[in-house]
Design a protein around this ligand. Structure first.
Ligand SMILES: Nc1nc2c(c(=O)[nH]1)N[C@H]1C(S)=C(S)[C@@H](COP(=O)(O)OP(=O)(O)OC[C@H]3O[C@@H](n4cnc5c(=O)[nH]c(N)nc54)[C@H](O)[C@@H]3O)O[C@H]1N2
Ligand SMILES: Nc1nc2c(c(=O)[nH]1)N[C@H]1C(S)=C(S)[C@@H](COP(=O)(O)OP(=O)(O)OC[C@H]3O[C@@H](n4cnc5c(=O)[nH]c(N)nc54)[C@H](O)[C@@H]3O)O[C@H]1N2
Ligand SMILES: [Mo]
Length: 755
């Protein structure tokens, strides 16, 4: 693990030469510069492949180069020329491999053949596919299906995801947690109650018509950089972009379009953010409520800033909501938000001046105890001016993994009421389980308590991404069975169950040849756009199988034959899988295969965009919140407790660490850092680079400590701290999560600092 921390001036703007340099660096390191570079122009194109990095919308027509620095890194990462072959495992016991850092594990390269962990030698040994499927099927048949967890990590295609959930349900389990349980589940709970859909209501067109853009707790420059194009165009039209974020994210303030030679040559980065306000972590609920309150006050004073016609025609609950907002105390709003009333007035002025506005958000809203309430307060603010279902207006959750929205929409969900179970029963002739399955928090709790017997992962790295690492890792090693469908080696392969299998799969950038020829898969972006993805490259190894083929292999070994689900035929021709998806929900997916092949793909119907409200009241619902305090018992107000946010750097994709250069924040050479406010550092007598430990403040007697962190001064509000996910996950208690959605509260961990 490199530990030569260097602090430098943060890169002045996102995009630009820094981004080209960063891409060139990673292409060189993966040993495939030329061939990856040739493929990049095919990224996110209709006849090309859909990027494996983020889920941001793909414009139609696309930009000449529809990829970004991080998409290029993700592509290079998949297409690396490094390989982990059987000799690699023969040379090292698993215990020895545990000494490697997470970075080194993935850097070892692509897995090439199925492997079984051999207890006698503590080594992974080669196993044939047939042997692997048979053993996994036999082991699973001995468990109660309700004790088995089928995790999916947002990258698999709709075709693979559909087969995954069908296999789990035919086996008898609704334990289908996925990465969105740690991510946008707050959205999936908040939005249906408010506007009747679990997804955002905006499309790329809205950026061209909007009058104001709010970006709350989402780090666009790092996590969905292609959106910078839309933001850049909007800013150039004079649209105010207003950012609420505790960390001064330099990449969000200025942008140089690396695809625009004029901007690059003129070194003319330009301003993106019209306003940047450093709200306190967890202070958004108060800030948003303050904005709602200002609109109410101005409206009452005679300014027509609230859209009463829309409210009367389309919404429910406004009077109660307005009463609750008027009862709020300004001093409390300011204290919780960490923003003055004057600052909130500047935001509200820009918002009411605009004919339409978009509310864009990410993990800064969802990963809090009040994650669901945060989003519903943003919906309230939008509804007050009719900003849902209006051109240029709407709510825009920015999804994480490239197909996380799609996999939820083909029924990877632990909530049985969200899946068309009756239809499955009719189409596929089996009785699906009806009781609720486990989400990730419940699954992790089940592992810790020994109730879960097996975890199968379609991608992901749960021993790194989950909270409560201290309790989780030893419990994970006691699991009777772990099965990983995966591309690269990661920590969850080393911290494994008593029986453990590694099943290496194709990346979707690779050619997937099956009985009927080369296959196409499909993914859904953050704006409900469904696009085909065509593999381009020869597979990393001839022994790899596609995700659908691996799932079918397990399913056939696990389940009794079913004439209505011909797994082999499905694998032979993925159009049959798309046919099964379409038959399961024709109103969303009719003619799936032909519609996705049209230029630009197809967009799933979104009733809220048409102002059809599929909620219990038949209207859009205001949420009346009585209290702004969701963290009451978390010691967050007490002296000496800091509120820790765990965030991503520019050089990682979740638990995959590409490198150690967080260039937008100017932190280079180490990820073992804690960012602190300079005033707090002075008060606590801490120097830059000093090594400290962080300890969670909680009453449950569980020790949670991370040592060896270097102090870095950063522009963030006093009383807060920030550091990197996943290094700091041992600090996150499993029970510290959004009340309604169970998303771990990774942006608000109460910690104490020890020198
Ligand atoms: N390059 C790259 N792209 C990615 C990923 C990646 O790791 N690397 N991950 C993918 C995934 S799965 C996801 S979910 C998304 C995540 O993308 P984002 O939603 O952008 O997630 P984070 O980087 O965790 O945090 C976002 C921002 O929230 C701010 N923040 C923290 N706490 C608060 C708060 O209380 N209030 C407010 N207003 N802001 C707060 C942080 O300072 C940070 O700038 O990105 C996806 N895209
Ligand atoms: N403290 C803290 N914890 C967090 C977060 C946070 O902000 N703070 N963010 C949360 C969020 S938003 C998310 S989404 C989760 C992510 O949690 P996970 O889904 O568990 O983790 P990832 O890092 O996305 O998964 C990476 C692994 O997926 C495998 N993989 C990559 N590509 C493929 C593929 O094409 N097919 C298959 N089968 N496998 C592949 C590789 O083996 C790689 O090592 O973490 C959550 N945890
Ligand atoms: Mo995510």
């Amino acid at each position: 693990m490199p530990n030569d921390l260097r602090l430098r001036k943060p890169d002045a703007a996102s995009g630009g030469w820094g981004s080209l340099e960063s891409v060139a660096g990673i292409l060189g390191r993966e040993g495939n510069a030329a061939s990856t570079a040739l493929l990049l122009p095919k990224q996110n194109k209709h006849e090309g492949f859909q990027c494996v990095s983020c889920a941001w919308a793909k414009p139609n027509p696309p930009h000449l180069m529809e990829f970004c620095e991080n998409g290029a890194k993700a592509t290079a990462w998949d297409l690396t020329s490094n390989r982990v072959a059987a000799d690699f495992f023969a040379a090292h016991t698993v215990r020895e491999l545990e000494a490697l850092s997470d970075y080194e594990l993935e850097q070892a390269g692509r897995l090439t053949a199925p492997m079984r962990w051999d207890a006698a030698t503590d080594r992974y040994v080669p196993a044939g596919w047939a042997e692997a499927f048979a053993a996994i099927g036999t082991a699973l048949r001995a468990f109660d299906p309700r004790e088995v967890v089928f995790y999916a990590s947002g990258r698999a295609s709709n075709e693979a995801a559909f087969m995954w959930q069908l296999m789990a349900r035919m086996y008898g389990s609704n334990n289908l947690p996925d990465s969105s349980n740690m991510c946008h589940e707050s959205t999936s709970v908040a939005l249906p109650a408010a506007i009747g859909v679990p997804v955002g209501t905006t499309t790329l067109d809205d950026f061209e018509h909007t009058g104001c853009i709010l970006i709350i707790g989402q780090n666009t420059a790092v996590n969905s950089p292609r959106m910078l194009h839309q933001l850049d165009d909007a800013a150039a039209r004079g649209v105010p972009i207003i950012i609420l974020n505790p960390l001064r994210e330099h990449g969000m303030e200025r942008f140089t379009n690396p695809q625009n030679p004029v901007q690059m040559l003129a070194t003319g980065s330009h301003r993106l953010a019209a306003q940047f306000h450093q709200v306190l972590p967890g202070g958004d609920l108060a800030a948003l409520a303050g904005l709602c309150r200002l609109l109410l006050d101005w409206d009452a004073a005679g300014e027509r800033v609230v859209d009463h016609d829309f409210i009367a025609a389309h919404t429910h609950g406004f009077p109660d909501f307005a009463r609750a907002m008027r009862a709020l105390d300004w001093a409390e709003i300011e204290r919780r938000a960490g923003l003055s009333r004057a600052v909130l007035e500047r935001v509200a002025r820009a918002y009411v001046r605009a004919g339409s506005a978009m509310g864009i958000y990410g993990m800064g809203l969802t990963q809090h105890r009040a994650g669901v309430e945060n989003i519903r307060m943003l919906v309230n603010l939008l509804l007050m001016r009719g900003n849902i279902g209006k051109p240029g207006g709407g709510i825009c959750p920015v999804r994480g993994h490239s197909n996380v929205q799609g996999q939820r929409a083909v029924w990877i969900t632990e909530k049985p009421e969200l899946a068309p179970l009756d239809r499955f029963s009719e189409l596929f002739g089996f009785e699906p389980p009806r009781e609720k399955g486990m989400d990730v928090v419940e699954a992790a709790g089940g592992v810790i308590q020994g109730r879960v017997k097996a975890v199968l992962q379609l991608g992901g790295n749960l021993v790194r991404s989950l909270p409560e690492r201290g309790l989780l890792e030893p419990a994970w090693r006691r699991l009777p069975l772990t099965v990983m469908i995966t591309t690269k080696l990661n920590r969850s392969h080393l911290v494994h169950g008593q029986a453990a299998w590694l099943l290496p799969c194709l990346s979707r950038i690779e050619l997937d040849r099956q009985a009927s020829g080369v296959q196409v898969v499909s993914v859904e972006d953050s704006t409900m756009g469904i696009h085909p993805s065509h593999g381009q490259r020869e597979p990393a190894s001839p022994d790899l199988r596609s995700e659908p083929a691996i799932i079918a292999g397990i399913a056939k070994a696990l389940l009794p034959p079913n004439p209505r689900v011909d797994w082999d035929a499905w694998v032979g021709d993925y159009r049959l899988v798309r046919g099964a998806i379409a038959a399961s929900r024709p109103d969303w997916y009719a003619d799936y295969d032909s519609r996705m092949r049209r230029q630009g793909g197809f967009v799933r119907h979104n009733p809220a965009r048409q102002r059809q409200w599929q909620t219990p009241t038949g209207r859009a619902n205001f949420l009346a919140l009585e209290s702004l305090d969701a963290d009451a018992d978390m010691h967050l107000g007490t002296a000496g407790t800091l509120r820790l946010m765990t965030v991503r750097s520019n050089d990682q994709f979740n638990t995959t660490i590409y490198g150690f250069n967080d260039r937008f924040r100017g932190i280079d050479g180490s990820r073992d850092v804690v960012m602190l406010n300079q005033g707090d550092m002075d008060r606590l007598g801490l120097r830059t680079g000093q090594v400290v430990a962080l300890e969670t403040v909680a009453d449950d007697g569980v020790p949670r400590v991370v040592e060896g962190l270097q102090v870095v001064p950063f522009d963030l509000p006093p009383g807060c701290a920030a550091g990197y996910y996943p290094e700091l996950n041992p600090l996150l208690p499993l029970w510290h999560h959004a009340t309604e959605s169970h998303v771990p509260a990774a942006k608000s961990i109460p910690v104490r600092l020890r020198a």
